[in-house]
Design a protein around this ligand. Structure first.
Ligand code: SAH
Length: 206
């Protein structure tokens, strides 16, 4: 296995003991369920130079994709300071010069880092309508949004119809593996109304 991935698993296990970032289980299980899962989106980032990972938690999928794609610049965002500090430590230990960690809420940062990313990723952050609103501000028109989802993706897509329309996304591809990646294309520039203020996307999904 990639040496850096092995090193990541060691680092994550140690950080996880302090912070309880996710259910670690045994090493094989963690690699299958979290590492290989995170790796899956890399193949769709071929044309991207700058990518943002929203709600990265302990660096999933952000750190894995940064190892997989060393020529892409990654910005990893989470609202919890302790998690950001952990991810920063791991990125430094892994000598990943293509990783920048930013602590803050996607609702606010989505206005500050406006439409500068070629792609955004998110795993286990929110239901699809909420997720699309949180991601839309970051992505340039023509860019991609990749959502890691599970078996209920069809229902989520149904519930996200309105959000997809309002935010100007188009579903480009449904990629099946052990789970599902929903790949959206952002077709136009986003109205400055979105994302709405902290907590509103979740409280009142589009
Ligand atoms: N992507 C990781 C973590 C998922 S848990 C994984 O797959 O394991 C969701 C993470 O999103 C948490 O770490 C939480 O702190 C963060 N988060 C939740 N709402 C957020 C928001 N509005 N802006 C930024 N981060 C958020």
């Amino acid at each position: 296995m990639n040496k850096k991935i092995e090193q990541f698993v060691n680092l994550f296990e140690a950080e996880n003991r302090k912070l309880n970032l996710c259910k670690f289980g045994d090493r094989e299980e963690f690699i299958k369920r979290h590492v290989m899962d995170s790796w899956e989106a890399g193949q769709f980032l071929e044309d991207s130079r700058k990518v943002v990972d929203l709600g990265t938690g302990g660096g999933l999928p952000g750190l894995i994709l940064a190892i997989e794609k060393p020529d892409i610049e990654f910005t990893l965002i989470d609202s919890v300071r302790k998690k950001c500090d952990s991810v920063d430590i791991m990125a430094k230990e892994l000598e990943l010069s293509n990783v920048d960690v930013v602590c803050g809420r996607a609702e606010e940062l989505g206005h500050e880092m406006r439409e500068v990313f070629d792609a955004a990723t998110a795993r286990a952050l929110a239901p699809l309508p909420v997720l699309l609103e949180l991601a839309a501000g970051f992505i340039r028109p023509g860019g991609l949004f990749i959502a890691y989802k599970g078996s209920k993706y069809l229902q989520e897509l149904e519930e996200a119809k309105n959000a997809i329309e309002i935010l100007g996304f188009e579903l480009e591809k449904i990629h099946h593996y052990e789970r599902v990646l929903l790949i959206f294309r952002k077709t136009k520039s986003l109205s400055s109304k979105y994302p709405r203020k902290n907590g509103t996307p979740k409280k009142r999904p589009l």
